[in-house]
Design a protein around this ligand. Sequence first.
Ligand code: SF4
Length: 76
Amino acid sequence: MNATWRKRAACRGLDPDIFYPASDEEAEEAKAICVACPVQQVCLEHALAHRERDGVWGGLTERERRRALRQRRKSA
Ligand code: SF4
């Protein structure tokens, strides 16, 4: 995997537990970091393309990514 974008990730070096919250309600801390991340869009596209199941990626929780994929399929 080309991980160049990961070097610029705002979450780099942070506690990974922040990005694996027990519920969507507990994802706010991770989302706040993603919002300011310079590679948010790349991260999100990576997660969608690889069907990453767990954790917050690109500012979206697992459930939100599933919804995003459904919406893309509908509008495709
Ligand atoms: S968008 Fe969030 S999860 Fe993705 S690299 Fe940036 S901080 Fe990390």
